[in-house]
Design a protein around this ligand. Structure first.
Ligand code: NAD
Length: 468
C-alpha cells in the first residue's frame, strides 16, 4: 500500500521506516527542509536502536522523503499525521500543527483517502480534522478520519512499533478499518515475524499482536488514558518511596511485594526523579484539560503532577543535605536525556536538576552517551561536557546519576571511587545496591532506600535526605 507519514520526528520517522519494513511504499513529509536534506543524505537525526539499519535498507526506494504534502497525498491511500501536539500555556494540546496539516491535505484529495491520527490528540480531534478538510472543499465521500494511537517508547521505538502489545484502530465505519487492517496485516497475520530479516523479537512479546477496533473517540481516549495511568503508576511508587525513606523501609522490597501481584504487575514501578519526556507531562495536562472541558474535574491528575514535581525537589534536597552547601561544588552528572536509550532531552528531569544546581552555584561536569549535543544547545558553556562517566566523576565533590542508561549501572566502582574527590554518589535512578556501595567505600543516597555510609561508619550518622 502507498502511505504518507506527515512529520519525521520520533514517531513519524520510526513509523515510516517500520511501514517500509512491512513492505509498504512510504513517503515521509516534513516542512523542515534541513531535516529532509539530512535524511536524504542518509543521516539519522535521532538515536534509536535499529533505525539506522531500517533507513539504510529502504531509503531512496521503498522509503522517500518529501516536502510536497499535496503530491504525497495524491499518491497515497492512507495519510498518517505524526506532527507535534505541544502544550499551550494553559496545558491544553496545541493542535495548530495538526490543523495546518489537515488544511494542506484537503488540497491533495482526488480519490478515497483515510487520514489517520498518529499524533496524541484530545478526544473530538478527528471530528475537527474532518470538518477542516470538508470546509476546504473536499467531497465528503472521499475521506474518512481514523485514530491509530502510537504506544512506542523512545529508546526502544522500532521494537515497540513492530512488536506492540496491541494495535488500536479507532474508526467509525468498515471502509477505513479495512484500509488500516491491510496496512497492519503483515504483523497481525504473522508473516512479518517469519521473515529471516525481520527485526529481532524482544522478550515477552505477543506474536502476532492483537488488533483492537474501537470508535474513533474511544481510540483517542485510550491513548490519553494509557499515558495518564502510567504516569499515575510512577507518581504512586514515588510517593510510596517517600514514605519508605521516612520509616527506613526499602522501596525495592515494597515494589517486589506489590509488583508480584498479577493485578498490579512490576512495570512502571521504578522510583526515581519523576517522569519527563515529550509525552507524559504534556499528555497528562492535556487529558486534565479535556476532562475539564467535558465537565469532569479530574483532580487525581493534579496530584500525579504534583508528586512528580515534588520528586525533583526532594532530589535537590538530597544533594544539599549530602554536600551541605552547593555553591562552588564540582558535581559530576551522569545522564541528561529524559530516560535511558534516547537522545531526547524534552522535559528531562535531569536537565531540570542540572539547571537548578547551576542556579545554586554548582559547577557541573556532565556525560551522556547520546544526549550531549542536544543538551549543549540548551545549557551552552555553563556545563562542561566530557566523554565518559569516569571523566565526569574526576575530582568531583559528588556524583549524581540522573538517567538510567545501562552503562551507568555497570561502572567499575574502584575506578569511580578513585576518580572522585569525595566518594559520594547521589543516585536518582536506584542503579546500585546500597550495601554494595557501602562495601565499596561510598556514601550513597538513592530513592526510597536508606542512605548508606562506607562500611565501618555507623548508618545512624546519615538519614536519607534529612542530614549528612
Ligand atoms: P517531533 O517533534 O519529534 O516531530 C514532529 C515533526 O513534525 C517534526 O519533524 C516537524 O518538523 C514536523 N512538522 C510539524 N509541522 C509540520 C507540517 N505542517 N508539515 C510537515 N511536518 C510538520 O514529535 P514526536 O515526538 O514524533 O511526536 C509526534 C506526536 O506523536 C505527538 O503528538 C506526540 O505526543 C505523539 N507521540 C510521541 C511519542 C514519543 O515517544 N515521542 C510516542 C507516542 C506518541
Amino acid at each position: 500500500m502507498r502511505i504518507t507519514v506527515v512529520g519525521s520526528g520520533y514517531v513519524g520517522l520510526v513509523a515510516g521506516a517500520c511501514f517500509a519494513d512491512l513492505g509498504h511504499g512510504v513517503v515521509v513529509v516534513d516542512n523542515d527542509h534541513r531535516k529532509l536534506i539530512a535524511l536524504r543524505n542518509g543521516e539519522v537525526p535521532i538515536h534509536e536502536k535499529f533505525l539506522p539499519d531500517l533507513l539504510s535498507r529502504y531509503c531512496g526506494h521503498r522509503l522517500t522523503f518529501a516536502e510536497d504534502l499535496k503530491e504525497a497525498v495524491r499518491q497515497s491511500a492512507a495519510i498518517f499525521v505524526a506532527v507535534g501536539t505541544p502544550p499551550t500555556e494553559s496545558g491544553e494540546a496545541d493542535l495548530s500543527y495538526v490543523e495546518s496539516v489537515a488544511r494542506e491535505i484537503s488540497g491533495g484529495i482526488d480519490s478515497y483517502k483515510v487520514i489517520v491520527e498518529k499524533s496524541t490528540v484530545p478526544v473530538y480531534t478527528s471530528d475537527w480534522i474532518r470538518k477542516i478538510i470538508l470546509r476546504n472543499g473536499t467531497d465528503p465521500a472521499l475521506v474518512d478520519v481514523a485514530s491509530n494511537p502510537e504506544f512506542l517508547r523512545e529508546g526502544t521505538a522500532v521494537t515497540d512499533f513492530l512488536f506492540p502489545d496491541r494495535i488500536v484502530i479507532g474508526c467509525d465505519g468498515e471502509r477505513p478499518a479495512a484500509v488500516l487492517r491491510e496496512i497492519y496485516a503483515p504483523m497481525t497475520g504473522g508473516s512479518y515475524y517469519q521473515r529471516a530479516d525481520s527485526i529481532p523479537c524482544p522478550d515477552r512479546c505477543k506474536i502476532p499482536p492483537p488488533i483492537i477496533v474501537t470508535s474513533t473517540k474511544s481510540a483517542e481516549l485510550i491513548k490519553h488514558a494509557s499515558n495518564a495511568f502510567l504516569a499515575m503508576k510512577i507518581s504512586f511508587i514515588n510517593a510510596v518511596a517517600s514514605v519508605c525513606e521516612s520509616v527506613g523501609a526499602s522501596v525495592n522490597q515494597v515494589v517486589h511485594g506489590i509488583g508480584t501481584d498479577a493485578r498490579i504487575g512490576p512495570r512502571f514501578l521504578n522510583p526515581g526523579i519523576g517522569y519527563g519526556g515529550s509525552c507524559f507531562p504534556k499528555d497528562i495536562m492535556a487529558f486534565r484539560a479535556v476532562a475539564r472541558e467535558c465537565g469532569y474535574d479530574f483532580r487525581l491528575l493534579d496530584e500525579v503532577m504534583r508528586i512528580n514535581e515534588d520528586q525533583r525537589q526532594r532530589f535537590l534536597r538530597k544533594v544539599r543535605s549530602a554536600l551541605w552547601t552547593v555553591r562552588g561544588k564540582r558535581l559530576g552528572v551522569l545522564g541528561l536525556a529524559f530516560k535511558g536509550g534516547t537522545d531526547d532531552i524534552r522535559e528531562s528531569p535531569a536537565l531540570f536538576l542540572v539547571q537548578a544546581l547551576l542556579q545554586e552555584g554548582a559547577k557541573i561536569v556532565a556525560y551522556d552517551p547520546a544526549a550531549m549535543d542536544r543538551a549543549r544547545e540548551v545549557l551552552g558553556s555553563n556545563v562542561t561536557f566530557v566523554d565518559s562517566a569516569y571523566d565526569a566523576a574526576h575530582a568531583a565533590d559528588a556524583l549524581l546519576i540522573l538517567t538510567e542508561w545501562e552503562e551507568f549501572a555497570n561502572l567499575d566502582l574502584n575506578r569511580l571511587r578513585s576518580e572522585l574527590k569525595y566518594p559520594i554518589v547521589i543516585d536518582g535512578r536506584n542503579l546500585y545496591d546500597p550495601e554494595v556501595m557501602a562495601a565499596q567505600g561510598f556514601t550513597y543516597f538513592s530513592v526510597g532506600r536508606a542512605a548508606s555510609l562506607p562500611d565501618g561508619v555507623p548508618t545512624s550518622a546519615v538519614k536519607n535526605g534529612k542530614s549528612a
